[in-house]
Design a protein around this ligand. Structure first.
Ligand code: ATR
Length: 485
């Protein structure tokens, strides 16, 4: 028996776009007691959703935007789950036309936050509310409980909050959703979340590479190592699924699945946006940027093939003289350290974005709502939450006393692993660049002084002195005297 609602009932929420993410989100709303209006440009998807899942709750299917809008309770709330870009703009325009003053349009796709800022202005000018909401957790999360990062006006959150809380993941009774900040704040935070995800996946990949080709372990054995790691500090969804992937055999050949998968990683762009935004904001998000580059390099198949054929010199490759168990533990610690840096840098970027755009994002909210539902969910986020609870103005996450204490135990293994990788000729872009970032932060003097000297030499860009205030220049092509500007 279908429980599909009669047209006389109105829906608390609507979903436009019923591809996998949209359908799953609509089912999640319905399963949690909401009456859900559903609409898709091609009616076949709407019909398929109702015939396959109509008995999971109360749905009101529509075949026109006008009927869809008419089936919503006021203030109307509709979540758009269509292809990012032009399709989103088209649907926003249709909904804005059909809706009334005070109604709320939510974009649940992975929009670029600057598009969200623009759309919010355009929609607000027509008297409707616009909420850009980041939704993480993939298809499974959309169905069973995602982590949701809504931006937009605080006023919309009043109405929207309870409905989103009804479908979000929950950890210790706390729903993984909260209002992040105005206009593009939600999509910005979701973007950085994805950037951190790229770095987290890359450091796991580097650890695998070292265990596989450094000490010659087989995928199934490495899967066991990851299972053990998942019982400790690294306990996280990504470590858990890594063990699953490594243990998987190819159903056709029986070979380890990882060996039959082409080693060219794809991307949809959110990691790239995070890196670009980090560059624009002047925040060194080295771990995230290196992870994006690592995917790009992996996909440069023609160049890689030419480099292999041309046999670029390897230099001397050293034998690795280590105790295997000790090396595995060193790699675990290096992975933990590099992951910590990626999160620290990601939180720096969120802080910088929040200041730049006036969003007032609270880092504690993120550590709370990322604990469940999303791809980077991890035990470790409880520690991040505690760090910001203890000091909301931490200059960097790694300067929190707990993490500083952890780094005491991680730093030597991390250095040993980067040295070993270098001697073995194995690429560890994030392990190595994160260590350089860490040592740069610690360094009393950086070569930036020399760079300032060079800039003054060729471009009279001037420099500051360590011993007194002011701006100075050397008459490089003249008598090399010091001028105060
Ligand atoms: P997936 O990758 O899961 O297929 P997607 O490509 O992000 O999802 O989004 C596809 C959805 O966007 C579909 O619901 C699609 O509608 P159709 O089923 O009619 O193709 C919707 N979509 C794409 N372009 C659209 C547009 N211009 N107007 C309305 N909906 C659009």
């Amino acid at each position: 028996m279908t429980q599909t609602a009669e047209k006389t009932d109105l829906a608390q929420i609507g979903v436009v776009g019923l591809a996998v993410m949209g359908s799953n989100l609509a089912r999640n709303f319905a399963r949690n007691g909401n009456t859900v209006a559903v609409y898709n440009r091609s009616p076949e998807k709407t019909r398929a959703l109702i015939s396959e899942h109509g008995d999971e709750g109360a749905f009101i299917p529509s075949e026109t935007v006008e009927d869809f809008v008419a089936s919503l309770e006021r203030p109307r709330k509709a979540i758009i789950m269509v292809q990012a870009g032009a399709a989103t703009d088209a649907v926003i325009n249709q909904l804005t036309e059909a809706m009334d003053e005070g109604d709320i349009i939510i974009d649940g796709g992975n929009a670029l936050f600057t598009d969200t800022i623009r759309r919010e202005k355009e929609v607000a000018a027509k008297g409707r509310h616009f909420v850009g909401a980041g939704i993480s957790g993939g298809e499974e999360g959309a169905l069973n409980g995602p982590s949701i990062m809504p931006g937009g006006p605080a006023e919309s959150w009043e109405t929207l909050g309870p409905i989103l809380e009804s479908i979000a993941a929950e950890v210790d009774g706390t729903p993984c959703v909260t209002h992040i900040g105005p206009d593009g704040a939600g999509h910005f935070v979701k973007m950085v979340h994805n950037g951190i995800e790229y770095a987290d996946m890359q450091v796991i990949g580097e650890a695998y590479q070292l265990l596989r080709y450094g000490v010659g372990m087989e995928p199934a054995e490495i899967a066991e190592v990851f299972r053990e790691w998942n019982a400790g500090d690294l306990d996280s969804y990504l470590i858990e699924i890594t063990a699953e992937v490594l243990a998987q055999k190819d159903p056709e050949t029986g070979a380890p699945l990882v060996d039959v998968i082409v080693d060219a990683a794809g991307q949809k762009g959110t990691g790239r946006w995070t890196a670009i935004s980090g560059l624009e904001l002047g925040v060194p998000i080295t771990g995230i940027a290196e992870s994006v580059f690592a995917r790009a390099l992996s996909s440069a198949t023609a160049q890689r093939a030419a480099a292999q054929e041309g046999q670029l010199p390897s230099g001397t490759i050293a034998e690795l003289n280590v105790d295997k168990a000790e090396f595995v533990e060193d790699v675990r610690r290096a992975l933990y350290a590099a992951k910590l840096i990626a999160y620290s840098q990601g939180f720096d970027e969120i802080k910088a974005g929040s200041e730049e755009f006036g969003w007032n994002v609270d880092p504690r909210d993120l550590a709370t709502i990322w604990r469940g539902g999303c791809i980077i969910r991890a035990k470790f986020l409880d520690r991040i939450r505690e760090a910001y609870d203890n000091n909301a103005d931490l200059p960097a996450l790694i300067l929190d006393p707990y993490f500083k204490g952890e780094l005491e135990n991680l730093i030597d293994p991390w250095r040993r692993v980067v040295v070993a990788a270098t001697q073995l000729g194995l690429p560890v872009p994030v392990f190595a660049s994160s260590l350089s970032y860490y040592d740069s932060l610690r360094a009393e003097r950086l070569p930036a002084a020399l760079i300032q000297g060079q800039r003054d030499f060729f471009g009279a860009h001037t420099f500051k002195r360590v011993d007194r205030e002011g701006t100075f220049h050397i008459e490089w092509s003249g008598d090399r005297s010091l001028t105060e500007m």
